[in-house]
Design a protein around this ligand. Structure first.
Ligand code: AMP
Length: 599
């Protein structure tokens, strides 16, 4: 077992007592990884012994791992749907958890086109809060002085709904920002944000973003770190500055808030923050008015030490753009979490994004791992499941799929993330996030899989029937060169009667039909968050997909097994597709989306 020690405990500075405790906690958890895991599963099984779900597997009071592994199946969300639906419809009996379900957290992973509903219990908030409380103590080891200024973080809430049984359903971060733990957090010099709570909690995304940006500009010299949850969110903020800097500078110059900001609580708090400052307005104008936006982050916020966004997984595509705007500032990814469970943190945050590793905190839930062979993925049968590996028994250099059991009542639930073990911190393994299974396209938090894309193409291509035209082949690409990024779908068409070829208008409409077919996270990104741009269909010349095959075969693909890829990211193939494009079409409007769930 490769053991490395990244976290050393500061002792000299009395101000760091809280941090020292946090670091000690990390050390204890990671040193006793297996024992903590045994304790966690014991606690989960004893408190949930009388739940309908666990009783079904006749554990007969057993709270040990072996019995649990032998009797309880490994499941996916779809397996749990009947239970989830009953809870959503108002059944308050202990179905999954002995503790009352406090709300549903809506995942960005979808099932049948809708966000997955993850039942959670009140105490999970404290567990999440605990993980958050570990982040700054670790960061402080690498970047000193973070208590001497503020963080400019673009944080947003999203729409929430109620299930038929009256439980709130909302994303985990919305739940967190609206919690008392966040709103009434005690003063901590390491956690001072430029964004007022009033702005973060404003449901109108324009007013929220405008106010957060305005405050960030006003407090520019105090800003020590700039961030958002995901890279795409920060890039959206920069785009917002590009579009709105004139108005923002006007507000700063005059001390009068843009009348579009109508939220009374924001107006009230901004009346204390916004004062006429023509000098600052001039500086912002000077930096923003030109074409050159390289290094705009350090130009406007000169004391920024790092950019705090997740750039691992699907977000890696944004690293070059972030480097451009940040002038190459460090991009630490601090934590790894999901609606189902918060997993862990990065103990060496200042390493390059490509080397980012997360350490799962063994107190957060019980973690098991399905060995994952990228070449021959193992089919998982419920009758003869493979022996899942425990957290402390993983092997360096191997890939695994993450399976969790939580205090909220998820039992042996497949998250869908593939992780590679890169080493150990004490006895806790460290992971590189490899990918989420079955995700073909992702611009923001949307995750579109192959079958969703296939269905969307099928639905859209029905519009071509009356033109005696069909889609012969297709592939896709998430184009993130513009902000927001957008899906590009390459279509090769067979037009039987060129005199009656589909019109521009029809092909535009095909784009919209595809968007209407996408899952609700995609459509929310298009409609409410403006985080995804209009879908584009690029029609390519006849014979393009044959060329694609020739190219793949010339690079060693087997002619018998060749299937056109449904998503391409490899630059030479994209170049080929773009060189063969004969027309481009965009959605003429946004698809339908409301917070309510369909069906
Ligand atoms: P959600 O259920 O919407 O909260 O999304 C959780 C998923 O986001 C995880 O299961 C991962 O696939 C992805 N994710 C979360 N944190 C990270 C991270 N630090 N790096 C890469 N992917 C992440």
């Amino acid at each position: 077992m490769a053991v490395e020690s990244a976290v050393s405990i500061p002792t000299a500075n009395p101000e760091c007592e809280k941090h020292a405790k946090a670091l000690q906690f990390i050390d204890e958890m990671t040193k006793n990884c297996d024992a903590v895991q045994e304790k966690v599963i014991g606690e989960i099984l004893s408190r949930n012994a009388d739940t309908e779900y666990l009783k079904r597997f006749q554990l007969n009071g057993a709270t040990n791992r072996d019995t649990y592994k032998a009797k309880v199946p490994v499941i996916t969300y779809e397996d749990l749907l009947p239970e989830i639906q009953r809870i959503a419809n108002g059944d308050r009996s202990p179905i999954l958890s002995s503790h009352p379900i406090s709300e549903f957290l809506t995942s960005s992973g979808t099932s049948a086109g809708e966000r997955k509903l993850m039942p959670t219990i009140a105490e999970e908030m404290d567990r999440r809060q605990l993980l958050y409380s570990l982040l700054m103590p670790v960061m402080n080891l690498y970047v000193p002085g973070l208590d001497k200024g503020k963080g400019l973080y673009f944080l947003f809430i999203k729409a929430e709904t109620k299930t038929p049984g009256g439980l709130v359903a909302r994303p985990v971060l919305t739940s967190f920002y609206k919690s008392e733990q966040f709103k009434k957090r005690p003063f901590d010099p390491y956690l001072v944000y430029t964004s007022p709570n009033e702005a973060i909690l404003c449901a109108d995304s324009f007013q929220s973003m405008y106010t957060q940006m305005l405050c960030g500009l006003i407090m520019r010299e105090e800003v020590l770190r700039v961030g958002a949850v995901f890279a795409s969110g920060l890039l959206r903020a920069i785009k917002f500055l590009q579009l709105n800097w004139k108005q923002l500078a006007d507000d700063i110059s005059s001390g009068i808030l843009n009348p579009r900001i109508a939220d009374p609580s924001i107006k009230e708090c901004m009346s204390k923050i916004l004062k006429p400052n023509p000098e600052l307005a001039q500086l912002i104008t000077k930096e923003c008015e030109g074409e050159n936006w390289a290094s705009i982050i350090p130009r406007i916020w000169p004391n920024t030490k790092y950019v705090d966004v997740i750039v691992t997984g699907a977000m890696a595509q944004y690293i070059p753009t972030l480097d451009y705007y940040s002038g190459g500032l460090p991009l630490p990814c601090t934590m790894y979490a999901s609606s189902e469970c918060y997993f862990g943190l990065n103990l060496k945050p200042m390493t390059k994004p490509s080397e980012t590793c997360y350490t799962i905190m063994p107190n957060m839930g019980y973690f098991e791992f399905i060995p994952h062979d990228p070449v021959n993925p193992m089919p998982l049968s419920r009758d003869s499941p493979p022996r899942l590996v425990d957290l402390a028994d993983l092997e360096v250099g191997k890939e695994y799929e993450l399976v969790i059991s939580t205090y909220s009542g998820l039992c042996r639930y497949r998250v869908g993330d593939i992780l590679l073990v890169t080493g150990f911190y004490n006895s806790a393994p460290q992971f590189k996030f490899i990918r989420r299974k079955n995700v073909l396209l992702s611009i923001d938090s949307d995750k579109t899989d192959e079958s969703e894309l296939q269905k969307a193409v099928e639905n859209a291509s029905k519009l071509l029937n009356e033109f005696n035209t069909r889609v012969v082949e297709y592939t896709s690409h998430g184009d993130t060169r513009t902000i927001p990024g957008h899906y590009v779908i390459y279509w090769e068409l067979h037009v039987k009667d060129p005199e009656n070829a589909p019109t521009q208008e029809v092909l535009n409409k095909c784009c919209l039909v595809m968007e209407e077919s996408m899952n609700s996270v995609y459509r929310q990104g298009r409609v409410a968050d403006n985080s995804i741009g209009p879908l584009e269909i690029r029609v390519v010349k006849n014979g393009t997909f044959e060329e694609l095959m020739d190219y793949a075969i010339s690079r060693g693909a087997s002619i018998n097994q060749y299937k056109p890829p449904r998503c391409v990211n490899f630059a030479p193939i994209l170049e080929l597709l773009n060189a063969r494009a004969v027309s481009a079409h965009f959605s003429p409007s946004t698809p339908h989306w409301t917070p309510e769930r369909r069906g």
